[in-house]
Write a protein that binds this ligand. Sequence first.
Ligand code: CA
Ligand code: CA
Length: 124
Amino acid sequence: MRISTSTFAFLFPIILAVPVAVSAQDSDMIEVTPTVPTAAESFAAADLDQSGTLNGDEFVSYAVMRADAGDEDFKVTVSSGDYDGAFTAKDADADNEISAAEAGAEAATDSDVDMEDGDTPEPM
Ligand SMILES: [Ca+2]
Ligand SMILES: [Ca+2]
């Protein structure tokens, strides 16, 4: 056994010091800034299967997120619980999926639209 007690003696003060340093920072360093997600961010977060569109379940998540973010239209939807009605209203092309455009959640750039998805061309 070559592990000496001096190694332990060296580490021990560090182990003690770390929790103190963390708790000292806790009170004044960590400031929770509420950030309101953009529609595009909510859309991406709600699109659980990352298909680029929202199905019925994903749309419910999206509606709740937008309501939380202060979107008055979705507040009405969430408080009424009429997700089906809102879904139908948003689904302009009636394909039972809400695209980012239909949700009004298009990102500023559209450069990532055609990623590795060449087998399903959009019917116009
Ligand atoms: Ca999806
Ligand atoms: Ca659609």
